[in-house]
Design a protein around this ligand. Structure first.
Ligand code: GDP
Ligand code: IMO
Ligand code: MG
Length: 427
C-alpha cells in the first residue's frame, strides 16, 4: 500500500479541506504533514460550516485515524479552542486524533517574535498570519525547539523557561514592540495540560505500519506550492516545505511509498499576504472575483487578492510535486463572467516563455493572456457529469492538454455534495 498526498498548487486556500473530507472514506488515516494554525481549511456539509487549523480534515468521518504529523507546528491554545469547537458541534476527537511526538510547539513568544519581525519590516512585511510559524520553524532548524514529546519529560517546564528567556532577550532588539506574557503564558501552560488528553505517538512507526497492514493514508497539505520555503515566491512564503517532498519529511514516509498526488487549484488564482502574483487583477474585475468567490481568509478574514489562472505557474507546481491527478475548484464562481482570461505565457527579458523563471515580480514578467468563453449561470446545482456546460468541458480539456494531467474532481460549490467526480476510480 502507498500513501496518497493532497496539496495546494497555488498560494493556499485552494479548497484542500473540502476535498480531503470528500476523499476521506477511501482511506484509513488522514495525516497533516506541515504548517500549523496559519492554515484554515473549510468544510461545509449538512448546512454547517467548520474551519480547521491544526486538526486534519478527516475528523468528521467515522472510523478514521487523524494524525498530526511531525512536520506540523502546534499552538496548544489554538488547538484546544479547535477541539472545543468540535465538541460543541457534537464531534469528539479524543479517540480519532493522535499527535506525533516529534511535532514542534509554538510558544507565546514565537507569536511575538513573528509580530515584532513583521512590524520592523514595515512595507516589506511578508503578511504573515502572525501565528508564530516562522520563529517556531527557525527554532526547529536552529535545534532549539520544544517538541510534543518533551511534554512527557520532567524537565519540560525548565526547557520552556530557558527558551522563553532566550526569546525575551531577542525581543529586546525590537524596542518599539510592546508585549505582555503574563496571561498568555498561563493559558499556554493550561493548554499543555489539555493536550495530554490526546495520545502522543511515534508517527513514523504508526504510519509505516498502517501501510504494511494494507490500510490507505491520505497526507493532507497546508498552504500551497507557491508558499513553499524552497520553491515558492521567496521571501514571501511560509517556513515549511508545502510540496510532496514535505509529506515524506513531515510524516516519516519514504519517497517510494508515495502513490497518487492530488493537486488542487482554483479555476482562477488567489493570494493572501504580500509577494508577487503575476495575474493579479487590481481593478473592478478583481473585486468582482473576490465578491463572487467570497475570497476572504479562513484564518485571518483578510481579503484575498484575486487574478486569472496562471498556466506557467500551475505547470511549475505540477512539476515540483509530481501531481498525478488534478482537482479544479470553484468553477461555479466564474459563472458570473461571460468570458475569462488565462495566462498561457510570460514575457520575460523580451521573450515569450511558458515556464516560471527565478523572479516573477511585475518588472520581471508580464503575463500573456488568452480569452476563453465562460459558462454563465449558476453551476452550484450541477451533480451530473453529463450536464457540464460545453464551455466548461472545453476549459477542463484545455487545462488537461496544457498540463498533461487529468482533472479527476470538479468542484462547483463549497458543500461536500457540490462535487463532481470525473475519475471513475475515485467514486
Ligand atoms: P483550504 O485552505 O485549501 O482548505 O481552503 P479554504 O477553506 O481556506 O478556502 C476555500 C474556500 O472556498 C472556502 O470558503 C470553501 O468553503 C470554499 N470552496 C471550496 N470549494 C468551492 C467551490 O467549488 N465553490 C465555491 N463557491 N466555494 C468553494
Ligand atoms: P491554507 O492551508 C493562504 C500566507 C500568509 C503569508 C505567508 C506567510 O489555509 O491554504 P505565515 O503565517 O506562514 O508566516 O505566513 O503565507 N499563508 C497562507 N495563505 N492559505 C494558507 O493556508 C496560508 N498559510 C500561510 O498569508 O503571506
Ligand atoms: Mg485556507
Amino acid at each position: 500500500m502507498k500513501a496518497d498526498v493532497l496539496l495546494g498548487l497555488q498560494w493556499g486556500d485552494e479548497g484542500k479541506g473540502k476535498i480531503v473530507d470528500v476523499l476521506t472514506p477511501k482511506y484509513g488515516v488522514i495525516a497533516r504533514f506541515q504548517g500549523g494554525p496559519n492554515a484554515g481549511h473549510t468544510l461545509i456539509f449538512d448546512g454547517e460550516k467548520h474551519v480547521l487549523h491544526t486538526i486534519p480534515s478527516g475528523i468528521f468521518r467515522d472510523n478514521i485515524l487523524n494524525v498530526i504529523g511531525n512536520g506540523v507546528v502546534i499552538d496548544p491554545v489554538i488547538f484546544q479552542r479547535e477541539v472545543e469547537g468540535l465538541l460543541k458541534s457534537g464531534v469528539s476527537p479524543f479517540n480519532a486524533l493522535v499527535i506525533a511526538r516529534k511535532a514542534h510547539l509554538i510558544m507565546p513568544t514565537h507569536g511575538h517574535l513573528d509580530a515584532a519581525s513583521e512590524q520592523a519590516k514595515g512595507k516589506a512585511k511578508i503578511g504573515s498570519t502572525l501565528k508564530g510559524i516562522g520563529p517556531t520553524y527557525m527554532d526547529k532548524t536552529g535545534r532549539n525547539g520544544l517538541r510534543i514529546g518533551d511534554i512527557e519529560s520532567p524537565s519540560f517546564k525548565e526547557r520552556f523557561t530557558q527558551l522563553r528567556d532566550k526569546h525575551v532577550h531577542i525581543l529586546g532588539q525590537y524596542p518599539n514592540y510592546e508585549y505582555d506574557l503574563t496571561e498568555s503564558e498561563t493559558k499556554w501552560l493550561e493548554a499543555i495540560e489539555f493536550l495530554k488528553k490526546f495520545k502522543f505517538i511515534d508517527s513514523e512507526h504508526v504510519l509505516n505500519n498502517t501501510l504494511k497492514s494494507g490500510k490507505g493514508i491520505l497526507a493532507e497539505g497546508a498552504q500551497g506550492t507557491m508558499l513553499d520555503i524552497d520553491f515558492g515566491t521567496y521571501p514571501f512564503v511560509t517556513s515549511s516545505n508545502t510540496i510532496t517532498a514535505g509529506a515524506c519529511t513531515g510524516l516519516g514516509l519514504p519517497p517510494n511509498k508515495i502513490g497518487d498526488v492530488f493537486g488542487i487549484f482554483k479555476a482562477y488564482c488567489t493570494r493572501v499576504g504580500s509577494g508577487p502574483f503575476p495575474t493579479e487583477l487590481l481593478g473592478e474585475t478583481g473585486e468582482k472575483l473576490r465578491a463572487a468567490g467570497s475570497e476572504f481568509g479562513a484564518t485571518t478574514g483578510r481579503p484575498r487578492r484575486c487574478g486569472w489562472l496562471d498556466l506557467p505557474q500551475l505547470k511549475y507546481a505540477i512539476m515540483v510535486n509530481g501531481v498525478t491527478q488534478l482537482c479544479m475548484m470553484k468553477a461555479d464562481v466564474l459563472g458570473e463572467f461571460d468570458e475569462i482570461q488565462v495566462c498561457t505565457h510570460y514575457i520575460y527579458k523580451d521573450e515569450e516563455i511558458d515556464y516560471l523563471p527565478y523572479g516573477i515580480e511585475p518588472n520581471e514578467v508580464q503575463p500573456v493572456y488568452k480569452t476563453f468563453e465562460c459558462w454563465p449561470g449558476d453551476l452550484t446545482g450541477l451533480r451530473n457529469v453529463e450536464n457540464i456546460p460545453a464551455s466548461l468541458n472545453a476549459y477542463v480539456k484545455m487545462i488537461e492538454e496544457e498540463t498533461g494531467v487529468p482533472i479527476s474532481i470538479l468542484s462547483v460549490g463549497p458543500d461536500r455534495e457540490q462535487t463532481l467526480i470525473l475519475n471513475a476510480d475515485l467514486k
